[in-house]
Design a protein around this ligand. Structure first.
Ligand code: ZN
Length: 134
């Protein structure tokens, strides 16, 4: 679905939000990142937004299996939009954008890497499903 080109399209589409390239995750999440950028851009282009606090992404990355977004500038509304994008990633496969859930890389949870994956990608990457502990 996604390629390196797609991530560069995001940088080109939202140059003010991305003063430098800072997206570091698999392509399954590019869609929700694009939607987040679109929502933020529409909002900051609006005259109710204080132009002196231009939001800029510092880092958009996978962390503990979900999206972690660091942003400077902006206001509370911008931060809420970024937060909601992080929350969307909890249920979307990082590789393909299909519905997903959290899996871990090892049976020993404390040493695991976590990733949000669809079942197909979990099988492909040999990830284990998490079960709630009683
Ligand atoms: Zn997938």
């Amino acid at each position: 679905m996604g390629t390196k080109n797609q991530v560069h399209k995001l940088y080109e589409k939202y140059p003010k939000l991305f003063p430098k390239n800072c997206i570091n995750c698999e392509p399954g999440w590019y869609d929700i990142i694009n939607q987040m950028c679109g929502a933020i851009q529409v909002y900051i282009d609006n005259e109710i937004f204080d132009q002196n606090i231009q939001p800029e992404f510092v880092c958009i990355q996978e962390k503990l299996g979900v999206l972690d977004i660091e942003i400077t500038g902006g206001d509370e509304i911008v931060k809420i939009v970024a937060k909601s994008c992080e929350k969307l990633s909890y249920k979307i496969c990082e590789y393909c954008g299909e519905p997903g859930e959290l899996y871990c890389s090892s049976k020993h949870r404390q040493w695991s890497h976590f990733k949000t994956l669809c079942l197909d990608h979990a099988i492909e990457l040999f990830y284990y499903r998490l079960y709630k502990q009683q």
